[in-house]
Ligand binder design. Structure first.
Ligand code: NAD
Length: 354
């Protein structure tokens, strides 16, 4: 089986490619523009496999994309390439509109052209799997409700609005052109190889340098957390066994307040890395509350029962096991993150859960 993955040098895309190469016989072509968030070091474990190849392509460039799709002849396309950080979308929404909306249109349109010239049996088996977020559903506040696959869309940020737009395009290409599409909407991911601007790596790396741990507002925003390797397994399962035309919500059954996440990381570091404390008594002394993000949603929570019932998927990691592994990984992986920290991104803007 041939699987073409867009955005495979990012956090989730690289986890998905590592999962496929290590656990299946499939051949993967990774298409990625290598923006600030793309990092081929995340694929070192598998990049010598003869079932893996990479092409540096921006999904906004129609011609290169078309060449890559038509010459690779994929059975499945899994589309993850996107701008993904909410804070950056507030500072500069233009790139989010280009990549997440126009780029998704390009990938869809070329996939449709490619799919139309396949034989009947190949057309039936083909899947276009679009990877999206629970943020498209908007804010649950403190309602106690969960997002289901039928929850109406109500995105709050430029990021989530651009992802919602791309979800709508994908479903329209499914309904109008009969392209066999699937959409997954997933909660917050965490794990190894996550770019250090996101909450969990940012807190770990700041804590071991005794830098402030910035928390937006009162830190009571609730997110559902899923280990990225569980997400990768779910994505492969949905892409290969999910029903065309369907949406599957993917979640970790781990609702936590941001402040609880930060306290958990601090307590893990107290156990395994107390040597990093030189000027402070406890890692929690570094917690600093900062002005809340504009439009910040209070709570996201996923009902992931459909993927469990239909495909038998449930996450393997609990929040505690997955977080402990993640903290350990960052402590052992300066080879991966130091080059990024030595670069240009702005530490002071960082602290959101996505
Ligand atoms: P990421 O920012 O780590 O990676 C995005 C990748 O896409 C990078 O490798 C980047 O180089 C590439 N890319 C960006 N613009 C591109 C373009 N124009 N052409 C080609 N490649 C381009 O993001 P992530 O966290 O791995 O998220 C992957 C996907 O999953 C996104 O679509 C995101 O919306 C979705 N998602 C993320 C989360 C999460 O918690 N991180 C949760 C649910 C869904």
């Amino acid at each position: 089986m041939k699987i073409l993955i867009t955005g495979g040098a990012g956090f989730i895309g690289s986890a998905l490619i590592r999962y496929i190469i290590k656990n299946t016989e499939a051949t993967v072509l990774n298409i990625d523009a290598l923006t600030y968030a793309g990092n081929l070091d995340s694929l070192k474990e598998i990049d010598s496999s003869d079932r893996y190849s990479f092409q540096k392509i921006n999904i906004c460039e129609m011609n290169l994309l078309k060449q890559a799709i038509f010459s690779f002849e994929p059975d499945i396309i899994i589309h993850l390439a996107a701008e993904s950080h909410v804070d950056r979308s507030i500072d500069g929404p233009g790139q989010f509109i280009q990549t997440n909306i126009v780029g998704t249109y390009n990938v869809l349109q070329i996939s449709k052209e490619y799919w139309l010239q396949l034989t009947d049996s190949k057309q039936k088996k083909f899947r276009f799997h679009h990877v999206s977020t629970d943020e498209v559903y908007g804010d649950l506040e403190n309602s106690g409700l969960l997002f289901t696959e039928n929850t109406p869309y109500a995105p709050s940020s430029p990021y989530s609005a651009s992802k919602a737009s791309s979800d709508h395009l994908v479903r329209a290409w499914g309904r109008t052109y009969k392209l066999p599409v699937i959409v997954t909407n997933c909660s917050n991911n965490y794990g190894s190889f996550q770019f250090p601007e996101k909450l969990i790596p940012h807190v770990i790396l700041n804590a071991i340098s005794e830098k402030p741990l910035p928390i937006y507002g009162d830190g009571c925003q609730i997110r559902d957390w899923l280990h990225v390797d569980d997400h990768a397994e779910a994505l492969y399962l949905v892409a290969t066994q999910g029903r065309a035309g369907e949406t599957y919500n993917i979640g970790g059954h781990n609702e936590k307040k941001n402040i609880e996440v930060v306290h958990f990381i601090c307590s893990e570091l107290e156990k395994i890395a107390p040597q990093f404390k030189i000027n402070i008594k406890n890692f929690t002394d570094l917690i600093t509350f900062v002005k809340d993000r504009p439009g910040h949603d209070v709570r996201y929570a996923i009902d992931a029962s459909k993927i469990d019932k239909e495909l038998g998927w449930r996450p393997k990691e609990t929040f505690e096991t997955g977080m402990a592994k993640t903290v350990h990984w960052y402590l052992d992986s300066s080879w991966w993150y130091q080059k990024i920290l030595d670069g240009t991104y702005r530490m002071e803007r960082i602290g959101g859960s996505k």
